[in-house]
Write a protein that binds this ligand. Sequence first.
Ligand code: NAI
Length: 339
Amino acid sequence: LKRSSSTSSTVSYLTSRGFSSAPAPERKVTVLGAAGGIGQPLSLLMKLNPLVSSLSLYDIAGTPGVAADVSHINTRSEVKGYAGEDQLGQALEGSDIVIIPAGVPRKPGMTRDDLFKINAGIVKSLSEAIAKYCPNALVNMISNPVNSTVPIAAEVFKSKGVYDERRLFGVTTLDVVRAKTFYAGKAKVNVADVNVPVVGGHAGITILPLFSQASPKANLSDEEIIALTKRTQDGGTEVVEAKAGKGSATLSMAYAGAIFADACLKGLNGVPDVIECSFVQSSVTELPFFASKVRLGKNGVEEVFGLGPLTDFEQQGLEALKAELKSSIEKGVAFVHGN
Ligand code: NAI
């Protein structure tokens, strides 16, 4: 059996024709923040996915244009644009998957936590709407700081009595995408064959790539592994600095978001052995949320995998990230409870 996207490096629908001969079930995917830097290319990539039958594009403004544009592409899904809060319910109703790239991105010198003030409120109100209009949807959280926005969504869903830990995901796929690219470059192996698990969280040192478990194997020195780890952790900042005030990763993030949503769709459709890394509710460590490999299925998360054997360097990285990740999680929880 071919594993899903974690072992393939491209999204198959990008290279195949839009219309698939196999009948796929009806699936509605909604993008919240669809007119943004990530939202627009992500909407394009979701329009190319033959597993999507209905594509719902929501933003506070600008979505009619994005929707009209994307809707002319001759692929399966029917596209609808929704703008403004009074249309949010309609946008969400009946969604199988809700992808959230809504909120402000970083500027040079900012950490992801600096975004908390604005994005926490956005994520909280969008989560309230999801709880009301599509409580059974799988939620793919892209808005930063993911280490806090996922706990925020969880607390909102709990307060509304609709929380199912199997249906809430922090999207950390971009960390995996970067780790694969950087590893392939250093190890001089074909990037299409590379797999690297990335665990922990999605900010700075909480991003912990496990290069000892990378495949194909390569004989990299300790110095090379340290450099690769740091580059993966700082990958977002590399883009923020290169864009010099014009935002953060949008194109690579859209690609990563499309890979992760495609994996969720495959899981929902009963494709076996769909495995991706994601920041989910977890008992892998003592922290309530943690990113690791998960198996996706008809209910969302079917299995959360442990970390496997770690090198001393990785073990140290794991211990070092826990305090920051714990406080980011607690900050999200406290935000919802108003303290
Ligand atoms: P952007 O500013 O270009 O777009 C954000 C969009 O969200 C805008 O169109 C805005 O109108 C919309 N928005 C704001 N409030 C909203 C609301 N209440 N409801 C619906 N839409 C709303 O920002 P960009 O570059 O697309 O980044 C979006 C988020 O993704 C940021 O928080 C950024 O930090 C995060 N991000 C996450 C990554 C990850 O690996 N998880 C990687 C890169 C960025």
